[in-house]
Design a protein around this ligand. Structure first.
Ligand code: TC6
Length: 674
């Protein structure tokens, strides 16, 4: 039985119907002695069809098909290659044996979609691996390579070639016969080990509803009859599948894939890139260099500070070795990557580069100097990229005679870890540059998102609106710790003032100073950050910012100095400070993001609404389970969004620009999939 529903053989309704018919044929035709289930193309089965999840279930259902496989009197083997994920692995677990190629990945990633396995995975997996491993795997959604899965008992055999032949050989072997996993007993484990696994899973999974439900149901594998536990699993799966959290996670799953698509006029052949020059050996430049080395590029790291350059070169070599030791890359790749790294302290070093990425100090004059040098030293046709996070790409490009080769590639720190990459087109960027930037990003295993050129592109512009609103709330009556706590309770990885202290207040201070001359004095401006910086409070690095870090840890609350600065700002503006509830804080911060998102869409800085969600979730700690600010807005009642827009309009006063909610709330074809 070959499942063919390309590209990933998702178990859509026609696939399920055909699979059931094949099992029934195997059962009824006496000349058939056993069955092998294979996947066509590059993979076995990537799971249930996620596109069907928003709609009513259509028969036949997976649990019924899997029951038919188990009750079929003849043995059935699953032959795995590519990915056996979610419902795909559950299908394999319902078979009598699982044989895989070494490159196969297996896992139950359902929790990443806000659901639990709904076709026996929670009951069959622990019978093979034990409860503690099953809790760990199901609650994290971790995907394992075949050898690791084999060691845990999930697979019967790993073969290096002729998968189908190996599966048929198994059917012909002495061990062939019915071995339903559901008939096995869960291996004994100490209750305290199970409790530990449970606590670890809850911590790592932030106690999200799917994680909590998964633990309850998996534990039933050792205490409850199979059929009864299966019914509980199915009920929990159906409840979770209908939840807003699952809808949001499906939305972001499809949005991530959609973000990679370019409009028709930009779908061009990318320029070939083999050699990448990175200008600036600081943290950002080194992170970009590490990413490019791991992806197989020849890398030239250039810095005029020879001491910093040598240090960065040593650090990169160490990092490559460490990553090999941690199993993230092979030793061969690490050695070969070290050989592909060249350090250069003069501009002549970049002559061979197909792509140059500058990661120097965020100052237009400094960028101009770099781009003038690139004009002289980069080869014709080389892509000249800037890693600026908010400067105008066209203003940077103006320093060169080849504005058409200039592109923004905005990495996030640490650049070798963060997946997000904003690919920014300038007004003069050649039409093949977007495709080149996106292809380069994908080759680094990043999530590239196309952006138009405008202050802060997508991410920093929206974050700036959010942080400004939080500053207004500071002046209106909330303390930093109240705002941080409210937004962390909403699900942000960190509140805005903790983030500011971590990244350094001086960066924002410099940006404010750079923009001071263009600021209309009638706009509301909260001077608290400037005051803190004037007193040398730059955040964690100076042990003081919005909070105190005198004993190494963040103080629980803001100190008297900070409170006095904030109170003075309120008094100067004539504000009688008042209490803001957690909900007030959350809604004002969120609606500020939504309003900016609407403006960004109108200005075509973002191609599509769902790209905004991808940027905020991957670059700014926005809770994935909410799906991003656009998905959040779409879950709210329109009248409350309007009310909150009025509230932030009043709080902002002069200069408030109201975004067009219609453009944001309208579901387009590309995000209808979710
Ligand atoms: C489940 O199984 C629950 C079971 C309980 C049942 C009771 N459905 O990622 P790619 C599309 S829950 C529908 O770019 P890759 C994807 O949108 C599921 N569509 O490829 C894209 O479409 P586009 C548990 C799917 O080679 C195209 O296929 N399983 C599904 O980089 C190619 O995808 C998972 O969570 C799907 N299940 O990665 C696994 N999967 O071309 C989800 C993919 O129109 N899938 N598509 O944009 C993956 O992790 C990856 O797709 C991959 C392949 C690793 C299989």
């Amino acid at each position: 039985m070959e499942i063919s529903n390309l590209p990933v053989n998702a178990l859509s309704q026609p696939v399920r119907a055909a699979l059931l018919a094949a099992v029934e044929r195997l059962t009824s035709e006496p000349e058939l002695r056993g069955g092998v289930i294979l996947g066509a193309g590059r993979t076995f089965v990537a799971g249930a069809d996620i596109k069907e999840f928003g709609k009513p279930s259509l028969a036949p259902l997976l649990p019924d098909i899997f029951a038919a496989i188990e009750s079929c009197p003849k043995p059935v083997v699953a032959a795995l290659h590519g990915a056996a994920l979610g419902g795909g692995l559950e299908l394999a677990l319902a078979c009598d044996a699982r044989i895989a190629l070494p490159s196969t990945v297996v896992g139950l990633p359902e929790v990443t979609l806000g659901i639990i396995p709904g076709a026996g995975g929670t009951q069959r997996l622990p019978r093979l691996t034990g409860l503690t491993t099953a809790i760990r795997l199901i609650c994290s959604g971790e995907q394992l390579k075949a050898e690791a899965a084999h060691r845990l008992g999930m697979l019967d055999e790993v073969v290096v070639e002729d998968l189908q032949g190996a599966a048929i050989a198994w059917l012909n072997s002495a061990q062939a016969g019915k071995r339903p996993v559901s008939a096995m007993r869960v291996p004994e484990e100490a209750p305290e080990d199970i409790a530990k696994a449970e606590q670890a899973a809850l911590r790592a999974g932030k106690s999200r509803p799917a994680v909590v439900a998964a633990i309850t149901v998996v534990k039933e594998a050792s205490s409850t009859p199979f059929a009864e536990a299966l019914a509980h699993e199915r009920a929990a799966f159906l409840t979770l599948r209908a939840s807003p959290e699952a809808a949001a996670l499906r939305h972001i799953f499809f949005a991530e894939r959609e973000a990679a698509r370019l409009p028709a006029d930009l779908q061009q052949t990318p320029r070939p890139i083999r050699t990448v020059a990175v200008i600036g050996a600081g943290t950002m430049g080194s992170g970009i260099a590490l990413s490019a080395l791991e992806a197989g590029y020849t890398v030239i790291l250039l810095d005029q500070n020879t001491e910093l350059l040598a240090k960065s070169g040593d650090k990169l070599r160490t990092q490559l070795q460490e990553r090999a030791q941690a199993g993230k890359i092979s030793t061969a790749v690490a050695q070969e990557a070290q050989a592909r790294l060249t350090l250069a302290d003069g501009w002549a070093g970049i002559a061979l580069a197909d792509l140059v990425i500058e990661a120097v100090f965020e100052d237009l004059a400094v960028k101009h100097e770099v781009f003038r040098q690139l004009d002289t030293h980069a080869k014709p046709g080389a892509v000249l990229a800037t890693n600026t996070s908010y400067l105008d790409i066209d203003a940077i490009a103006a320093a060169t005679k080849r504005r058409e080769d200039v592109l923004g590639l905005h990495f996030f720190s640490p650049a070798h870890v963060m997946k997000l990459l904003e690919v920014v087109r300038g007004a003069h960027s050649a039409s093949d540059l977007a495709a080149t930037g996106m292809a380069f990003g994908k080759s680094l295993k990043k999530l590239p998102v196309l952006c138009g050129n405008g202050f802060g592109f997508i991410g920093n512009r929206i974050y700036n609106a959010y942080r400004t609103q939080c500053e207004f709330m500071l002046e209106d009556g909330a303390w930093p710790e109240e705002i941080d706590a409210a937004l962390e309770a909403f699900g942000f990885a960190m509140g805005p003032f903790s983030v500011a202290d971590l990244s350094g207040l001086d960066i924002a201070w410099r940006m404010r100073q750079a923009r001071a001359s263009t600021r209309d004095p009638r706009t509301r401006y909260v001077p608290v950050l400037d005051e803190l910086c004037e007193r040398g409070r730059f955040g964690r690095k100076t042990c003081a910012g919005y909070y105190n870090y005198a004993d190494g840890k963040r103080s629980a609350g803001s100190d008297d100095v900070v409170r006095a600065i904030i109170s003075e700002a309120s008094a100067k503006r004539g504000i009688a400070r008042h209490v803001l509830t957690t909900e007030d804080i959350q809604r004002r911060a969120l609606i500020a993001m939504v309003n900016e998102a609407a403006q960004i869409l109108t200005e075509a800085i973002a191609q599509r609404a769902s790209d905004i969600d991808v940027v905020l979730v991957h670059g700014y700690g926005f809770p994935r389970w909410v799906g991003g600010p656009v998905q959040w807005a779409r879950e709210q009642e329109r009248k409350y969004l309007e009310r909150d827009l009025d509230i932030i309009a009043a709080a902002t006063g002069f200069g408030f620009v109201r975004g067009d909610l219609d453009i944001l709330l309208k579901k387009t074809n590309e995000d209808n999939a979710s």
